[in-house]
Design a protein around this ligand. Sequence first.
Ligand SMILES: [Zn+2]
Length: 658
Amino acid sequence: MAKIDKKVGELERLGPEKREVLVLGVEALGFDELPLEKKVLAYYLYRAAIAGDSIMYMQSHRDALEIKQLLEAVVTHSNGLPDRVRTAIHNHLKLIWIHHGQYHHYNHTKFVPIDLTIDDLREAVRIAVNNGAAIKTRPGENVTEKLDRLERSIFDSDFEPIQTNQSEGEDIVATSAVNFWDPDVTNADLEKLPPEWRSKLNVRFSKKDGKIIPEEYRIGGLYGRELETVSHFLRLALPYTESPEQKAAIESLLEYYLTGDENLFREHSIHWLKSDTEIDFLNGFIEQYKDPRGIIGNFEANVSFVSESTLLNRLAENAQYFEKRMPWPDRYKRERIPKPVANVVNVIIETGDAGPVSPAAYNLPNYNDIRRDYGSKNVVLLNIENTRSQKIFEQSVNEFFLPEYRENVLRYGNTTARPLEVYMHEIIGHGSGRPDPSIKSDPRTVLGRAYSALEECRADLVALYHISDPKLAESGAFKKAEQRNVVETLYITYLQGWLSRYDRLQDLEVREAHNIGSQVILMYLVENGGDPNKDYGVDVIEKDGDYFIKIRDFEKAREGCGHLLGTLQVIKSTGDQEAAYRLFDRFGTKVNPKWKSNITARKEKLNLPKMKAFVFPHLKPVIENGEIADVEIHHDENLTAQMLRFSRLQHETDIEAD
Ligand SMILES: [Zn+2]
């Protein structure tokens, strides 16, 4: 039999002129060598991850799952459909899969099909039905009426244009199309609710006769069917857990899905952060980026296994050392930091909010009091970080960096500076600092729309500030003689890297938390913190009509980062909402239109995709006498095959049907 080529690395490019998304196949080297029990554990957690994926569509927009299912039905029953229409629908569906609906994952704005009309879609649906596609409609509704109902959500970019609106002075609840509430729910409605509902992680708000009705995410409640299937696989995983902590983590998660009681998720989070196992997972309503208030969590899940973690562990061992050297008052420093659990892992799957668009790393849980009392767990996703196109990297460096930086960036950018940025952000960044003892409320609630961005900004600054510490060379991060090159590379790649991503912004406003954090750092340095007597050594210069970051003085840039970092920590520790809004509105939201159009034009010239999405390995159980005798790992799917398989398996509990 001919050996099938592994689908890893660049698989396809999507979007207008193939410039929107680079789809990469991820390899999970080392899975084959795991003992059987761990493979079985990973497999059940993998199925639990797939079973929850559709929740993310439902949370994204009230029509998103229906749109996905409709387009899947068309694409899988397209016999007799003109090629032009089939291609247009399939291309749109790929983007819907990647973003979990019709809103862009990062900038939260709506996208619509290209080269496709509602009449094309009506005809395609008619053909699909003739070909045997089962298209679910609401009671009393026919397929035509269903299309009428969905038309504006699919085709009209002015209809509910923003998923998560955090613009100052607007009703951020009423103007956000995210399905965390009915379309007519307003900020004032939510503010009238008792605090336990207002601050709840796993809830949606509907409105009937002017009254707000909270709907909990739980079995028997909202998303009950999906959570039941997730729980089925979590229960199957239980006997294979590696440690009592991991077992307790799954047990409390099961109780939480059954009851909707967020205290059980808090309990789960504590067991989870303490469990330092070879196979690890995420499963739950976790990140809060799509709630403009930063409170309701999106479903996400993943499964991973540990890879080489030495450097990460050395940083974790030194968390207290760095805390002592933070540029903020001692009373906001943590006195005893238990060594954070820190792992470099290879992911096997990511679903919901975590994939196909993946973070590079995470530091969880998000609960500040749990982080203070128990610490947190840091996970860096090695195979996600390492899956890239080298050609694209070199092209970008030559286009966007001033000549004097290129050699260092090519040499240290991906191998040293970027991994350290990620490690330090996660390990010593998010976990650092503590609230003022007189502040009783969670800074997340007090700081409102600025919280997520402040937290990402703070963690990035910790990396920028401490990269020049001698401890890093001692820990083996790089040779002592290379430190200066690495420091300079990190500063220039961070700042220029962000400026070169301006083309991803939908308009002149920055909306996503990590992006706002980067914009604040860039503009704070360029504008010297708004203080005419300061100089932080960073300029955006024009050369032959193109804009570049020029760092005149790295010492001064570091001083600026230290000053901003200290300011942010005081804001966080004291819950100073006004200062947070002032700082973020001043530096973090508006971009210079000239810089943006220049970056966009240069990106267009290079024809580079704006973002990455991943296709994960395909786990297949080998079943003998009704039991799993082995779990094979394959890299045989493209994006379409993977997403159609996820849809097929969504409610499936029989593993022999896999
Ligand atoms: Zn972060």
